[in-house]
Design a protein around this ligand. Structure first.
Ligand SMILES: Cc1ncc(COP(=O)(O)O)c(C=O)c1O
Length: 351
């Protein structure tokens, strides 16, 4: 069926007796490529899943796969307004705004903090696509949820039909996008006759890791899956991941044979690479970003993927990842946020 100029796909997951549907918004499959020069430097067999190339209006990233399901659900529910939230430079908020406009709907973003002085990077894109942007300074994440609900009520009072997408698009529906991504990667892995010892992925709000974990379980992959947190302490992000998995399991009954829920100790998440806080560059992250750019001509971002690559490099250095291991790095995008930093290159150690 074609609607709003994009294709709906019915997929083999059941929600009660309804089919879960998915829009086709991302460029897929994304490449699975060797990182030969960086691999040689680290003395490991390094590969990358290029989900930075999923291709929204700028550079793609992990959020599109989640939004294929979330926006399909919003359309099914008759929404005309999509409300979501994130930090001022949120990739998720920007991608939601861009794809919402592509469907002809109205994007409303509730960004945490005070309005930044300059409209750079993702903020500029929000402005260009015409998103309605509000700012709110929460003292606790819970206040953000209440603020989202209040905004939805305001929209309803204006005669709109709002649909709320949680921070990072991380709930059961969003998680389905990364179960699919894992299946896509696993097929490429088999075609290339590869076998990974370790897989690294960023665990921010948790949905990406949750979907990859479920996909990994579904194909009984032998690799060890490692998450790196750029934001939350490991216990908290693990709880969020488990919530996403539980929620996704209520939706996906036939293609995800996951028996039992993971316990906290089943998940391997490192929170040692956050540095002084969310979105604050770390010297190790910026070094990883610079090496990835100069060796492989691939851009990481300072908020998420650079910290994950810094974690990967550190664990190789410490011998947790043995030299010669075969390692997959899930590149989840985010490079547009880097352009909010360019004026401050020298502050974080760039020459
Ligand atoms: C570039 C990038 N990588 C990784 C993540 C983490 O994904 P998730 O929020 O699903 O854990 C995000 C968003 O939070 C992101 O924007």
């Amino acid at each position: 069926m074609e609607t709003y100029g994009v294709w709906y796909h019915e997929v083999t997951r059941m929600k009660g007796r309804e089919w879960m549907r998915r829009l086709t918004l991302a460029q897929k499959p994304t490449p699975l490529e060797p990182l030969t020069r960086l691999g040689e430097l680290l003395r490991i067999d390094l590969w990358v899943k290029r989900d930075d190339l999923t291709g929204d209006m700028v550079t793609g990233g992990n959020k599109i796969r989640k939004l294929e399901y979330l926006l399909a659900d919003a359309l099914d529910k008759g929404a005309d307004t999509i409300i979501t939230t994130g930090g001022p430079q949120s990739n998720h908020a920007k991608t939601t705004a861009a794809l919402t406009k592509r469907l002809g709907l109205h994007p409303v973003l509730l960004l945490s903090g005070k309005p930044p002085e300059e409209t750079t990077a993702n903020l500029l894109i929000n402005k260009l696509v015409g998103a309605e942007v509000h700012y709110f300074f929460p003292r606790h994440p819970r206040e953000m949820d209440d603020a989202l609900l209040r905004l939805a009520e305001e929209m309803k009072a204006k005669g709109r039909k709002p649909y709320i997408i949680p921070v990072g698009g991380s709930n059961g529906i969003g998680t389905l996008g990364y179960i699919d991504a894992y299946q896509e990667m696993d097929q490429q892995r088999q075609e290339k006759q590869l076998s990974f010892d370790f897989e690294f992925v960023t665990a921010g709000s948790g949905g990406t890791f949750a979907g990859i974990y479920m996909g990994h379980q579904a194909v009984q992959a032998s690799s060890k899956l490692i998450g790196v947190s750029p934001w939350l302490p490991s216990q908290e992000i693990k709880e969020r991941i488990i919530d996403c998995i539980k929620d996704a399991r209520t939706l996906s009954t036939d293609s995800v044979p996951l028996s039992g829920e993971p316990a906290l100790e089943d998940l391997s998440i490192y929170d040692q690479y956050i540095g002084s806080g969310y979105a604050k560059p770390t010297p190790e992250g910026m070094k990883a970003l610079q090496i990835m750019a100069s060796e492989e001509s691939i851009l990481l971002d300072h908020v998420y993927t650079a910290k994950t690559m810094a974690g990967l490099m550190d664990l190789v250095e410490k011998g947790v990842i043995a030299r010669g291991s075969s390692v997959l790095f899930w590149h989840t995008g985010g490079a547009p946020g880097l352009f909010a930093l360019q004026e401050r290159w020298s502050e974080w150690g760039g020459g």
